[in-house]
Design a binder for this molecule. Structure first.
Ligand code: ADP
Ligand code: MG
Length: 281
């Protein structure tokens, strides 16, 4: 039995006459401790996929199982980090992390909670800013808070929805390293959505491409057998790295071209309206 499993999952939005079929026949098996990267085009249904695993929405058909249990609603066993750091603006760094700790570990004393919060704030190197409010932090720091908050719940699985996409390249690189370090120490199962193929290769054990929608399905996965720790600079010259990057990139380009040519041929049903002859009046 896989740790996380998606079986023939379908999901669309809207009702009969105004419906978008987003995901179609999604199948995925993730083992405990694996780091999976999902790459795909904007609008293809990546956030929908994460929301399904998080239990924020439910599939129209098919099943999602975590350790053999069907996921039907959100739970503390899944830590989520979104692209747009969803922090409460009136709470400090500590306050934002503490909020989820309080929920998940209600029995901890104040002092124990404080210690727990500090441990995770330290893990993302934010102790010097622990008393600051979100508006006093840079984008990278805010995203660190989101990561600390998710980690502090000690979830079984981390669901990361393009957590680094909004950041500049340097901050992004620093956070990639932090995520790797934390993952290596803690060995949680991670599913990370990213739009960056290099990032996927740097971090993941496997890369699963999501084809363009509507009715997006997974393409064939790419294994990343590169040794860890992986060094960003050394990797650029590694023939194995280049091979994987080429394979993933050309696959994505091919399915994108294919999807575009399909969309050109779709029949657009025009509304049946009779023009009024204005000159007749
Ligand atoms: P991605 O994260 O890959 O950019 P999303 O999962 O956010 O894609 O969206 C996939 C498709 O579903 C898009 O066409 C989007 O407009 C549509 N969509 C997403 N959420 C909703 C919603 N709550 N209601 C209706 N349509 C939605
Ligand atoms: Mg998205």
């Amino acid at each position: 039995m896989a740790f996380l499993e998606m079986k023939s999952v379908n999901k669309g939005y809207g009702s009969a006459n105004l419906r978008t079929e987003v995901l179609n026949d999604i199948n995925l098996q993730v083992e405990e401790g694996e780091f999976i990267a999902i790459v795909g085009f904007s609008g293809s249904g990546k956030s929908t996929l994460i929301s399904l695993m998080a239990g924020l929405i439910t599939p129209d058909s098919g099943q999602i199982m975590l350790k053999g249990q069907e996921i039907t609603d959100p739970g503390p066993d899944r830590g989520i980090v979104f692209q747009n750091y969803s922090l409460l603006p009136w709470l400090s760094v500590a306050g934002n992390v503490d909020l989820s700790v309080k929920q998940v570990f209600p029995k901890l004393s104040r002092a124990e909670r404080r210690k727990h919060v500090e441990k995770y704030v330290d893990m993302v190197n934010l102790l010097p800013a622990i008393g600051k409010k979100p508006h006093e932090l840079s984008g990278g720091m805010r995203q660190r808070v989101s990561i600390a908050r998710a980690l502090a719940m000690q979830p079984e699985i981390l669901l990361l929805d393009e957590p680094l996409s909004a950041l500049d390249a340097l901050t992004r690189a620093v956070l990639q390293d932090e995520i790797t370090n934390i993952w290596e120490k803690d060995r949680r199962t991670v599913i990370m959505i990213t739009n960056d193929v290099d990032e996927a290769i740097l971090l993941a054990d496997r890369i699963v491409p999501l084809k363009p929608g509507p009715n997006a399905t997974f393409g064939p996965e790419f294994k990343v057998p590169l040794e860890r720790p992986r060094d960003r600079t050394a990797m650029n010259d590694d023939p194995e790295f280049k091979k994987i990057r080429n394979a993933v990139t050309s696959y994505l380009m091919d399915v994108n071209t294919e999807a575009k040519s399909l969309n050109v041929n779709t029949n657009i049903v025009l509304p049946d309206i009779q023009p009024v002859d204005l000159s007749a009046a």
